[in-house]
Design a protein around this ligand. Structure first.
Ligand SMILES: NC(=O)c1ccc[n+]([C@@H]2O[C@H](COP(=O)([O-])OP(=O)(O)OC[C@H]3O[C@@H](n4cnc5c(N)ncnc54)[C@H](O)[C@@H]3O)[C@@H](O)[C@H]2O)c1
Ligand SMILES: O=C(O)C[C@H](O)C(=O)O
Ligand SMILES: [Mg+2]
Length: 576
């Protein structure tokens, strides 16, 4: 039997490889003789990581590790997710994106340019993996709160998909980080000789959508049923509206964020002691995330007994021009119209402070990209107006957060129900250690994607997104609830993703969009077992490859008389 491709899944230079695998991969002698366990390897990595001072250095080290030894990387991330997620994802990924072109050393995803239109399918064919199940795609036009970073935004698909693998067990080779190079509005990059994207202004909205049409068709032609996650588009509404009913896709910034914030708000509303009907929410930021979150909470308030109109009236959205009202004088984009107020008596409120003084909100939500916008003065007022003010500064990365955890706690005498988009450390307050929640869509998108893949959903319905939020809100342990946490411990995120995926699968089945027949009759226990059995587990990969090599070696013809040392295609090895 001839073997075309030796298994390389553990990385050719993985020191956990046994002598047999090293011989098979022809790396025998190139790796120091000891066969390490993965535990020893992880210890070495953690030591090397701890020697790096800056987060960006740690990010680059970890990228190198992912490219040289993928299973070790994922075992490390899975076991140390709380410490490592901030290094491979938000907030460090923000800095990594800013420096993407200058730090570039190796391909980590697929780049498709506007110039490639008409041939997108053939660019997809260059992707080396055959069985892609999910892609995260961006055009880099609004990367976190950092603005238009063009192709440097590739760090976002790479980081999100790394979490898909670490937190939801999607096989690394089933993921495709995808960057659409449609020009950039970032003049600094256009002038930078090291910038690796097209140095032209962005194409028009219409041209972009036409390009997306071809992309969506080509993706589904090459990988039918592929799940597409849209990420960090400046104006993501037209694509979601157009492709949402046709393809298995969702927008993480609108829907994933809506779900994750709802998951936390359900607990916060309960803890605040105020029913939904008495909540008043002021949002700073009325973009994709702001409107996505507000709409998701409206759906929840309606389930709590409010009419749609009553629920909608609980929200005051503030953008860069002030309170969003019907008579403000500018033409409101469609997504803002739903929440536009008509009860302002022709008065326009220009600043967040004015709106807050008018409304005396119970909930203050930040999705504005404006770091420090929740001033100590405003936070203090939130503490005066409410026994338990709900304060969610959700903009990323850390410098863009509308306030810090420390400010929120100090200004409200420790009473704030707090969650931020980027992680903050715990603080000591009046002899107590207080731990902040992290309201980041990382709690839901891995489970939404896993659920969509496993159920073979034809589309991602609103009910699947809502189910992810409910699953998240129910995933807190007794001890987490006793400490008034709004989100579960990050270290448990893989278990949380399983719960989210299960509810997404059930919702897909209920909505009639699931094509996977197995899930129909399954009870919860069986479903959980089935979901877990489908998840990639880095700790067992090395053993799997060992077994595979052993089997292949046993199958090889023993024409040369040497036992189990044949090279590829059964050729005789001269020495080993
Ligand atoms: N925590 C999470 O999981 C999560 C998820 C998605 C987005 N975000 C963050 O939310 C932020 C916004 O994302 P988006 O997709 O909604 O962006 P967007 O560009 O669609 O919206 C930004 C909004 O902020 C408003 N704004 C800008 N400057 C302002 C100012 N000075 N005063 C008042 N409003 C101002 C804009 O008018 C717009 O309505 C980003 O920082 C992003 O990182 C966080
Ligand atoms: O990327 C994140 O950390 C969350 C979110 O998708 C964002 O755009 O900020
Ligand atoms: Mg995003």
């Amino acid at each position: 039997m001839s073997v075309a491709h030796p298994p390389r899944a553990t990385g050719d230079f993985d020191t956990t490889n046994s002598s047999a695998v090293r011989r098979y991969n022809r790396t025998y002698g190139l790796i120091p003789p000891t066969v390490d366990s993965q535990e020893v390897q992880m210890k070495r990595c953690l030591m090397q990581l701890s020697r790096k001072e800056k987060s960006i250095e740690k990010y680059l080290y970890l990228s190198g590790l992912r490219n040289s030894n993928v299973h070790l990387f994922y075992r490390l991330v899975t076991q140390h997710v709380k410490a490592i997620a901030p290094l491979i994802y938000t907030p460090t990924v923000g800095e990594a994106c800013i420096q993407w072109s200058s730090n570039y050393v190796q391909p980590e995803g697929l780049y498709i340019s506007y110039e490639d239109r008409g041939h997108i399918g053939s660019v997809l064919h260059n992707w080396p993996e055959k069985n892609v199940e999910i892609t995260v795609v961006t055009d880099g036009s609004r990367i976190l709160g950092l603005g238009d970073l063009g192709i440097n935004g590739m760090g976002i698909p790479v980081g999100k998909l790394a979490l898909y693998t670490a937190c939801a067990g999607i096989r690394p080779d089933a993921t495709l980080p995808l960057m659409l190079d449609l020009g950039t509005g970032n003049q600094h990059f256009i002038n930078d000789p090291l910038y690796m994207g097209t140095k032209k202004p962005r194409v028009s909205e219409e041209e972009s959508l036409e390009f997306m049409d071809e992309l969506m068709q080509a993706l589904h032609q090459k990988w039918p049923g592929i799940v597409v996650q849209f990420e960090d588009f400046k104006n993501p509404f037209p694509a979601l509206e157009k492709y949402g009913p046709r393809y298995t896709c969702f927008n993480d910034d609108i829907q994933g964020t809506g779900a994750v914030v709802l998951g936390g708000i359900i607990s916060a509303v309960k803890q605040s002691g105020r029913p939904a009907k008495d909540q008043r929410a002021v949002f700073l930021g009325a973009g994709s995330a702001g409107v996505g979150v507000a709409k998701q909470i409206v759906a929840y308030f309606m389930r709590e007994g409010l009419t749609e109109e009553e629920a909608k009236r609980c929200f005051w959205l503030v953008d860069s021009k002030g309170l969003v009202t019907n008579d403000r004088g500018d033409k409101l984009p469609d997504h803002k119209v739903y929440f536009s107020r008509d009860d302002n008596n022709a008065e326009q409120y220009k600043t967040l402070e004015e709106v807050a003084d008018l409304v005396k909100p119970t909930i203050l939500m930040g999705l504005s990209t404006i770091g420090g916008a929740f001033t100590p003065k405003l936070l203090t007022k939130m503490g005066q107006w409410n026994e338990k003010p709900i304060i969610f500064p959700l903009s990323n990365p850390s410098a863009n957060s509308e306030c810090t955890f420390e400010d929120a706690i100090k200004c409200t005498d420790g009473r704030a129900l707090f969650a931020s988009g980027s992680p903050f450390g715990p603080i000591e307050y009046q002899g107590q250690t207080l731990t902040p929640g992290q309201g980041n869509n990382m709690y839901v998108f891995p489970g939404i994607g896993l659920g969509a893949i496993l159920s073979k959903a034809t589309i991602v319905t609103q009910s699947m997104i809502y189910a992810s939020a409910l699953a998240l809100s129910k995933s807190l342990t007794k001890s987490e609830e006793a400490q008034d946490w709004l989100y579960p411990e990050i270290a448990r995120i893989r278990d949380v993703s399983v719960k989210v995926a299960m509810e997404v699968i059930k919702a897909a089945e209920e909505a009639g969009v699931a094509r996977e027949p197995h899930i129909k009759m399954m009870g919860d226990d069986e479903l959980e077992k089935w979901v877990r059995s489908k998840m990639y587990e880095p700790a067992t990969e090395t053993a799997r490859v060992e077994d595979e090599v052993r089997d292949l070696l046993m199958d090889l013809p023993k024409s040369n008389g040497s036992s189990g040392t044949n090279g590829v295609n059964g050729q005789k090895d001269s020495h080993l």
